[in-house]
Design a protein around this ligand. Structure first.
Ligand code: APR
Length: 250
């Protein structure tokens, strides 16, 4: 089958990565992620925001893909045509073996000059020394080309999504026979609109999430399961039937 997996922070929760709307901890406990993930916050206090992303990058680098990431990638080994569309900025889908991963909200393990877009290798977002346990304020490096600050290569609130990733995600959803939405609160647009695009085309949408979300009432089915259990059930179901049978979703 032609499958699209649309993932959110919940698929990385079982790798120990806090979800986006989990309360922040450490130095960041008194901050709201949605306020920190903006250009305004970065320009107002570059050390606070760069330090937060450095802390998150170190946490992702130390994490390992969980069984859900592996099962997503294994769908391709099972003979399905698979596209992963992720809101996550971590690289756990890739490290879990997924080959085609579209990052709608950018990548945490990369940075660029906020002025001229220059990049340097090795990327300063992961440079030694690693941040301390709970994170720390840290001024971002300045660009040798233009003297402005480096910023993380993620999409901040108010910024547009990378058009190539978005266009490819829409095309993959239009072509798929089943859209699996795993580990996302379905609160942030335009990503949250992709399941409706599938439903309008008559494509079934399976939501895997231990909690209900705004998508739940519209989804073809909602499995109230963690990503690892849900992806294991999905793989098993796909080996014996397909989404054209209603029993598939029971
Ligand atoms: N398995 C599956 N889902 C889980 C698990 C788990 N083990 N643990 C938590 N979840 C679910 C939660 O129920 C929640 O619905 O994961 C979802 C996480 O929601 P958010 O924290 O809002 O993360 P996400 O949906 O990825 O946010 C989307 O919003 O803030 C922006 O750019 C940010 O990419 C992010 C986007």
């Amino acid at each position: 089958m032609r499958l699209v997996v649309l993932s959110g922070a919940g698929i990385s929760a079982e790798s120990g990565i806090p979800t986006f709307r989990d309360a922040l901890t450490g130095l960041w406990a008194c901050f709201d992620a949605e306020r920190l993930a903006t250009e305004d916050a970065f320009r107002a206090d570059p050390a606070l925001v760069w330090g937060w992303y450095r802390w998150r990058a170190a946490m992702v680098a130390a994490a390992v893909p969980n069984a859900a990431h592996m099962d997503v990638a294994a769908l391709a080994d099972d003979g399905h045509a698979l596209t992963v569309v992720t809101q996550n900025v971590d690289d756990l889908h890739e490290r879990g073996g997924a080959r085609e991963v579209l990052h709608l909200h950018g990548r945490l393990l990369a940075s660029r000059c906020i002025g001229c877009g220059a990049r340097v290798m090795p990327d300063p977002i992961l440079a030694a020394p690693a941040p301390p346990e709970g994170g720390a304020r840290e001024m971002p490096p300045t660009c040798v080309q233009c003297g402005q600050a480096f910023r993380p290569d993620v999409v901040w609130f108010g910024e547009s999504l990378p058009s190539d990733a978005w266009d490819a995600a829409e095309a993959a959803v239009d072509a798929c026979e089943l859209l699996i939405v795993v580990g996302t609160s379905s609160l942030v647009w335009p990503a949250a609109g992709l399941p409706d695009r599938a439903l309008r085309a008559g494509t079934p949408v399976l939501e895997i999430n231990p909690h209900a979300t705004p998508l739940t009432p519209r989804a073809t089915a909602h499995w109230s399961l963690a990503a690892t259990a849900g992806m294991a059930r999905l793989r098993a179901r796909l080996q014996t039937t397909d989404a054209s049978h209603t029993a598939f979703f029971d």
